[in-house]
Design a protein around this ligand. Structure first.
Ligand code: NAG
Ligand code: NAG
Ligand code: NAG
Ligand code: NAG
Length: 626
């Protein structure tokens, strides 16, 4: 582990690559990469953010910049005889206008994504929710990364042969270019069950028993097992894979590269097995390096036996040009490659075709998912509850004027709203879900008014939702909060259990002074608190309830501010929470089935409800934001 050898670099304006309009990164103290024999760069859970973050300087580099960065890092490896591999662990789709705004979805992103030279790549769960998106993997992404895309536990229905077949090869063995390190690589997905029926996700428990796997892991001519996956690094799935490999290879180093939980994380399973996970949304380029590996001698030097000590190191690189220039030892004139510039230009023209910068309105202040307490004026949920939902849902024509209670889970909000431009792009970032609202008519108020409380507490209805429908309460909250659940924490580590995701704070707009610490990620993992490349000051993280509720069309308040209670109300909810809501009503003695529910406002999506409110209330008649 290197000490905090900090560098204070001068402030450089760097608007030469990245997307037009992206904010320049702010100079900050940096920690170096610990370059070694084998170096890995990881992206994961990019969810379409290949254009970078246009309102956050810390994450303002785009996929084209990453193409340039990777080229320089490969050159560095070639120059000093080390090796570099690039890895992506899935969830490349859904969550950003660049992917979601086109018809069909993903029209532009596949051609952008394929420009990066990725050595080992796999699928996430988001590629599999819809038949279309998994078929896009099969027909586009797998061929684009032929030989590098791995699907160790994933099959897809091939309409041509009318049979299920592996989406891609189960594993691959290769030897690194410069060192001659013999690597056996796999690409897994966690035990995901929400996929469309044209794919089959084999559980890890079943997969490790399959003959091909048992045979593959007994290969004695391997210097490193590289297990990549859309799998959290602290998960029963990776624990089982680790134990299964260790049972037959007691000494071979194993690198696990994980994803899915949207956090920066690093842990070790034993002296020779470590695991890295690199966050979300193109905020983080993860770096892992490994020293002390044996080699096969193909580098012209006699085969190198494994040293006694294997050293792992890790770094979470903030995805901006300040960090990229520094780690690649380039500057604004020497950094961009022609290839990288071309990719940035392709992203810019795609964003333009999609009209993603179209302005819906100007947000007068920041509204936070987890960075402000709920309720409060800075909470996005208070804003939904007091403004957006009551105003928009009361415009329903089918139930004109009927009093209603509208419930939504907090996980329906995926991203903060920043003061300033609220664009077409923002709508997809804040609420990328295509589902709408449903309702049950004329529910006695006595019961309807108690539903929220049941949804927000662990109790019998949560248990029943889990037993009957496989629904877990963490599915209701934002992922960064929900993934702090105990099953992702090692059972014997109380400290991690307590701190949960509270240390894993995503960043907001940078308002800091030049070289003062900028608020941002202050990650603590099993190697300590020096993993982030950029030194940041800490950001607060507030847990929010599972669900919130807005009164709609309620009679005016009495003089002392109390709501007058109606006899019965329509109970409106976003489609996602229907099973929980009906379970709660049953528990309260009001039995309804899904046949008793109907689409509210003709199924208008949550995203459209928010967009309309923004246009009506924050609209500018074409003027730019102040
Ligand atoms: C599925 O993909 C096909 C071919 O790209 C497209 O025509 C169709 O509109 C897509 N369907 C959906 C629901 O996106
Ligand atoms: C998936 O389900 C649909 C509707 O039930 C059915 O028509 C289709 O044949 C199923 N597809 C596969 C591959 O099983
Ligand atoms: C960038 O680096 C090159 C090569 O070291 C140097 O010649 C050039 O002056 C630098 N440019 C800037 C803007 O610092
Ligand atoms: C970049 O784009 C230009 C113009 O389209 C093209 O001529 C050139 O070959 C591209 N270069 C690379 C490295 O992709």
């Amino acid at each position: 582990m290197i000490g905090p050898a900090l560098l204070l670099l001068a402030l450089v304006p760097c608007a030469f690559t990245a997307q037009p309009g992206a904010p320049s990164p702010v100079a900050a103290p940096l920690r170096e990469l610990q370059w070694a024999q084998l170096n890995l760069l990881q992206t994961t859970d990019t969810h379409g953010w290949h254009g970078g973050h246009l309102q956050e300087p810390s994450f303002s580099a785009d996929w084209g910049d990453y193409v340039s960065f990777a080229k320089h890092m490969r050159d560095r490896a070639d120059a000093d005889g080390s090796d570099l591999l690039l890895i992506d662990t899935g969830d490349r789709v859904e969550g950003n206008g660049l992917y979601d705004a086109s018809e069909p979805k993903g029209l532009y992103t596949f051609d952008i994504f394929k420009e990066q030279d990725i050595d080992v790549i796999c699928s996430g769960n988001h590629e599999l929710y819809k038949q279309n998106s998994s078929e896009n993997e099969f027909h586009i992404t797998v061929p684009n990364f032929k030989g590098n895309y791995l699907a160790s536990n994933l099959d897809i229905y091939n309409p041509e042969t009318e049979e299920f077949e592996p989406l891609a090869p189960r594993f691959k063995k290769f030897t690194t270019k410069n060192q001659g390190i013999r690597i056996l690589a796999f690409g897994f997905l966690y035990d995901f069950a929400g996929n469309a029926n044209n794919t089959i996700v084999r559980t890890i428990k079943d997969t490790v028993k399959e003959d091909w796997f048992q045979e593959a892991i007994r290969d004695r001519d391997v210097d490193l097992f590289l297990i990549i996956g859309h799998v959290p690094v602290r998960s029963p799935e990776y624990t089982l894979l680790y134990k299964t490999i260790r049972a037959v290879q007691w000494d071979v180093p194993i690198a696990f590269i994980g994803g899915h939980t949207h956090i920066r994380d690093y842990t070790t399973y034993d002296r020779k097995a470590a695991a890295l996970e690199s966050g979300r949304y193109m905020e983080t380029i993860g770096f892992m390096s490994i020293d002390g590996l044996s080699t096969d001698g193909s580098n012209g030097i006699a085969p190198m036996p494994a040293k006694k000590g294997i050293t792992f190191a890790r770094r979470y690189i903030d995805n901006n040009l300040f960090s990229m220039y520094h780690h690649s030892r380039k500057n604004e004139s020497t950094f961009p490659t022609e290839h990288g510039r071309n990719v940035s230009a392709l992203i810019a023209s795609s964003r333009k075709s999609l009209d993603l910068d179209k302005l819906h309105g100007c947000a007068p202040r920041d509204l936070w998912v987890n960075r402000a307490p709920y309720p409060s004026d800075a909470s996005i949920f208070t804003w939904l509850e007091e403004s957006v939902l009551p105003q928009q849902l009361s415009a329903s024509t089918e139930r004109e004027g009927r009093p209603a209670l509208a419930i939504t889970n907090t996980g329906a909000m995926r991203f903060d709203i920043f003061k300033g431009a609220f664009t077409k792009d923002s709508t997809f970032l804040v609420c990328p879900f295509t589902s709408g609202f449903r309702y049950v008519k004329d529910v006695p108020y006595e019961a309807a008014s108690k539903v929220l409380n049941l949804l927000n507490h662990q109790g019998p209805i949560m248990q029943e939702a889990e037993e009957k429908h496989g629904l877990r309460s963490w599915m209701l909250v934002p992922p960064e909060q929900g993934f702090a659940r105990p099953e992702f924490m090692p059972a014997n580590n109380e400290e991690r259990r307590v701190r949960g995701a509270g240390q894993q704070i995503p960043l907001a707009g940078t308002r800091g002074e030049k070289l003062e610490l900028i608020p941002g990620y202050t990650t603590r993992d099993d190697a300590g608190d020096d993993g982030d490349d950029t030194l940041h000051s800490k950001i607060a993280f507030y847990n929010v309830p599972n669900c919130i509720q807005a009164p709609v069309n309620f009679p005016s308040r009495t003089a002392d501010g109390v709501l007058q209670e109606p006899e019965s109300v329509d109970l409106i909810y976003n489609e996602f929470v229907q099973a929980w809501v009906l379970t709660a009503l049953k528990y309260l003695g009001e039995e309804y089935s899904s046949d008793d529910t109907e689409a509210y406002m003709k199924g208008k999506t949550f995203t459209d409800v928010i967009t309309d409110w923004v246009s009506e209330n924050w609209g500018t008649d074409g003027e730019d934001c102040p």
